[in-house]
Design a protein around this ligand. Sequence first.
Ligand code: ADP
Length: 602
Amino acid sequence: MRPVWTIRRTVLLLLLGVSLAWLVVFQVLWVPRVTRVVITSHTEELQRELDVIIDAILPFLLSRQFGAITETLSSIETRNANWIGIELHDQTGRRLFPLEERVIAMGGSRIMIDQSIALRGSQFGSLKAVIDLTTTLDRVQAETRRLGLFTSVAVIIIMALLTVAIDRLVTRRVSVLAAAADRMKNGDFEARLPDPHPDELGRLTLSFDAMRRQIRRQTDALQSARIEAETALTAKSQFLARMSHEIRTPLNGVIPVAELLADTHLTDEQADHVDTIREAGTALLSIVDDILDLSKFEEGRLELNPAPYNLSDLVNGVVRILRVTAESKGLRLEVDIAPDLLGVYLIGDSDRLRQVLINLTGNAVKFTRTGSVCIKVARTICDTAREGLCISVIDTGIGIAEKDHARIFERFEQAEGGRNRRFGGSGLGLAIARSLIEAHGGQIRLTSEEGSGSRFDAMLPLNLATDIPQQVASETVLDSDLANGRALVVDDNATNRKIIAAMLRRLGYRTEKACDGAQALNMIMSERFDIVLMDMHMPEMDGLEATRHIRSLTGLRARTRIIALTASVLEEDMRRCQEAGMDGFLSKPVSRQALAAALRAS
Ligand code: ADP
């Protein structure tokens, strides 16, 4: 970036100013002063000359030789061109020279001296002389002005030379340094530096060069550290995605099978064991989900899907999920929604908000032995003075000591003391809940004391939906609601095929199975199916490719409903399924509830 005001320009202006000032000083002060000096010296000289003339004519005056006086004074007048006139009067005032009266104009550059003629105390008359200094003064003034001009030019030349010297020694080198600093700011460390002369700027150049090399080393180190960190982060998230996939796949053989088993005739003891299997599977699944969520937050990859949702449905849905657990502990699970919020539609990611609410309410139920858990929903004023929504989960449980308030919102942190060993948990839920609420533009507050219950307030901006959906899918889907149709289960894993087919049969479907995309495509071309449950990852032809083929067919077959089935829960996988033309997405392990909901929605 070029500076607007350069040193060169400053010096040039200075130069001009000094020269002008110098000229003004000469004109206004020096020329009149010199003129005054010249006039003074001429006056003194005239005085001296008049003294000499008086000495010369005094004898003639005393001896009354007026002819000699006239001759002497006339010759003086003619000899000095600038003498305008001499007048001699005797002591009575009678004019002795010149004999005729002359009028001599004064003013301008003329000076007059009237000298009395005396000898030993007696007056003999007076001698007056007028001289004109015009020529002398003109000459002196012209000379003075010439001197002024000459010195001005000399000053200009000296200062111009000085400017060039400053330019070479300072300005250019500083400009080169500044340009190098500018380029360094943009990551270019190769810019040319000025030659390091052994002066102050040379030292500055050397220091700048040393600093630049240091910054370069540090930048390189930071760059490689960043690349390493990014690689590690990518490796970590790949590892987590992989792990989640690998854990979810066998869980598909646990949770749904436990659900299927629970529907058969079992003894009480067997039913209890099946419940334990299902609960353990579900707990493991939620830990995998939490860890995946956290890694997404760390990478800044978590995306919200804001859409209109019914606030009351959301809260009641959470209550439905947790009511059985609460009641089994003898706790009252209450809901208190402000009347003006009943049935309103808000904009937000309802799945993620449900996740937060389940975590807060689940904790409240978990950490409360007697009493109640209440979900309270009311309007509030956010910090930003905007109207907001406050969802509070209030319990009468064991409470949280003040010192643990901040800590429990950190990852893997739980309140101190041995009590958590009793309740279990991973310490991830609140960290995720806080991140999700903050991602919605809100915040979570905790009010609690040890032994006297807890209150978690999730404050969110009140984003009222203007476009209310006509019909919102019900949270629970009854098996009988589903059409009796033909379903094709496509999965390379035989266990999965078996489980999904069994679940579909429970929901009233007749099922067929295919072990990869190509086989599924063949079957769809020759038979008609109402729904296809398509695994995403399969050898040979995967689910995405098979879907694209199906969508490119002609007639009704191209519109066959396809639901993706995958152990992945990544948003990009959901997007890929959507792009390939799938109608729904189910992540493994699949619960009967989720399968029914997907069948209904697609
Ligand atoms: P987890 O419940 O899996 O341990 P969370 O992050 O959800 O993980 O909670 C962190 C900790 O905060 C809990 O372990 C518990 O010590 C404390 N906590 C959370 N909610 C409550 C509550 N309602 N009452 C008492 N303690 C709670």
